[in-house]
Design a protein around this ligand. Structure first.
Ligand code: SF4
Length: 68
């Protein structure tokens, strides 16, 4: 759900936030870097509770601060 920090040319480092589980997509591109789509889905819906995403970002930021 939250990954990084990863190097960023503009910001130095940044966090990535994916609010969609892996291999869930409305397409199934053969070149997809995430691999084969397991769940083709076009209907809008929430996958994660926003509070869980916020908490995961907060935890990552705390860990990144500790390393700085
Ligand atoms: S490349 Fe992958 S994530 Fe992007 S649209 Fe295609 S299947 Fe979906």
């Amino acid at each position: 759900m939250v990954f990084g920090p990863v190097p960023s040319r503009r910001l130095g480092s940044s966090l990535g936030i994916s609010n969609i589980p892996p291999n869930v997509c409305s397409y199934s591109c053969v070149y997809c870097q995430a691999g084969r789509t397991c769940q083709i889905q076009t209907k809008r819906r929430a996958f994660y509770d926003p509070a869980d995403i916020r908490d995961a970002v907060s935890e990552k930021l705390t860990k990144a601060d500790a390393l700085a």
